[in-house]
Write a protein that binds this ligand. Structure first.
Ligand code: ATP
Length: 420
């Protein structure tokens, strides 16, 4: 087999320039150093890779220290794992590991790690297209190390696992596969696809530790290919394996797509993954949604927004169908659990009321506050909040016009019901 050299491709990459210069300047001190994983895949695809992974057949921390010093970057060593991160320039990051093998004691559990050669390090990876390396050693610069046929698979647009236990060892690889499929137009090769389905049928996806599952779902829903990813989740029946009431079907994909479009159009600040989880969980009861999201170890604040959207969005839709609401009533309906719940409601049914809420009403504020009420003799008490809420209600309904009219209305409200 001819040796493929990627020297030209490497040196053409602006983003790698400083790193390559630094490795070259270390000379023999650099040792056996390789670019590995997604970085190599992206070079072959002609895609821009942001984070760079390096594997060293030697001491990763020592190499990373020399690298950080040459790049005038910052080193974060993880002595326990023999890995290190180098941050340099404005936003550049390099992950450095010592080549190693991983041993899985139980499906889905984290593996025990042992030092090993480059080939074994590549063998522990998820797919052949991610199991390639490029040498950075001066004598060998740019040589592609591709023991499992990753380049051929990349050309055929195939994702292939390295061995039959791969998904059983680590079921998160199923989500990674869906992400790569959607992002790069790759496809799980037939045998690998069967292995993924078997792993799902065995219930191993549901057994994943919750934080790992959460990270994978978040990454999938934040990916530019997320809409295709949702469809694929359903096709592989991974949705029901995660939770019996999670539904990743064509309706979910459509609803998600509409929600993202409306979010951008109306300048609503909410991350895609939060919308996505609410869409996927839209058939859950309130208890199920809270229970599931808490098990996933989603942060409390986000749990409230997502579960709120799941339970409240249908009620918002229903209420707007059956009643003519004034602006203050629309705000009272939409504000709790905003922006997620009203955005999901708007994505289900496009109504002028909710468009008005996002375009205008949600930003309506009164000009006076507690300080003004204090000068009128109303000290800190729940009554302050009540008066301010009543003023906002009137302003929303067009009954107040500027600071003077707010002050006047406040005086009248306080006089009508003074503090007990
Ligand atoms: P991206 O970050 O763009 O999703 P990437 O391929 O760089 O793509 P990372 O999650 O940064 O993905 O992982 C870097 C490399 O580590 C991968 O290319 C792969 O070789 C390996 N890897 C990551 N996660 C796993 C896993 N769960 N099982 C096996 N190998 C993995």
């Amino acid at each position: 087999m001819t040796t493929l050299r990627l020297a030209k491709e490497l040196t053409a990459l602006e983003r790698l320039r400083a790193l390559l210069d630094a490795v070259a300047s270390l000379g023999d001190r650099a040792g056996d150093v390789y670019l590995v994983g997604g970085t190599v895949r992206d070079i072959l695809l002609g895609e821009e890779s942001f984070d760079v992974d390096i594997a060293v057949e030697g001491d990763a921390i020592e190499f990373a220290r020399a690298l950080a010093s040459t790049l005038e970057g910052r080193l974060t060593p993880h002595e326990k794992f023999g890995t290190a991160v180098v941050l340099y320039g404005e936003d550049k990051r390099i992950d450095v590991v010592t080549t190693r093998t991983e041993l899985y004691d139980a499906p889905g559990a984290l593996p025990t790690v042992e030092r090993a050669g480059l080939r074994e390090d590549l063998f522990r990876r998820d797919f052949t297209v991610n199991a390639m390396a490029v040498s950075l050693q001066p004598a060998d610069f740019g040589r592609l190390v591709d023991p499992f046929g990753g380049r051929a698979d990349l050309e055929a647009r195939l994702l292939r696992v390295l061995h039959n236990r791969s998904f059983i060892d680590d079921p998160t690889r199923i989500f990674r596969a869906i992400r790569y499929e959607a992002r790069y137009g790759l496809r799980l090769e037939e045998h690998s696809g069967r292995l993924a389905r078997a792993c799902i049928e065995m219930g191993l996806v549901g057994d994943l530790s919750s934080a790992r599952l959460r990270d994978e779902l978040q990454a999938l829903l934040e990916d530019p290919g997320a809409i295709g990813g949702i469809l694929r989740l359903g096709e592989l029946a991974a949705d029901r394996a995660i939770h019996p009431h999670l539904r990743a079907d064509a309706n979910a994909a459509e609803l998600f797509e509409r929600a993202l479009k409306l979010r951008d159009e109306l300048h609503i600040v909410v991350p895609s993954w939060r919308i996505g989880l609410a869409v996927l969980g839209r058939d859950m009861s309130s208890e199920e949604a809270y229970g599931w999201l808490e098990r996933l170890k989603v942060r409390r604040r986000d749990v409230d927004r997502i579960a709120g959207a799941i339970t409240i969005a249908p009620r918002i839709v229903e209420r707007l169908r059956t009643a003519q609401l004034d602006p203050a009533e629309i705000v009272a309906l939409a504000d709790p659990f905003a922006p997620d719940a009203p955005l999901l409601a708007l994505s289900r049914e496009d109504t002028p009321a909710l468009r008005d809420y996002f375009a205008r009403l949600r930003d309506v504020r009164i000009e006076i506050g507690g300080a003004e009420l204090a000068t009128m003799g109303l000290s800190e008490s729940p009554r302050v909040g009540e008066v301010l809420a009543e003023l906002r209600r009137r302003k929303l309904n067009g009954e107040l016009d500027g600071r003077e009219s707010e002050l006047e209305a406040a005086r009248a409200l306080i006089a009508a019901a003074p503090e007990e």
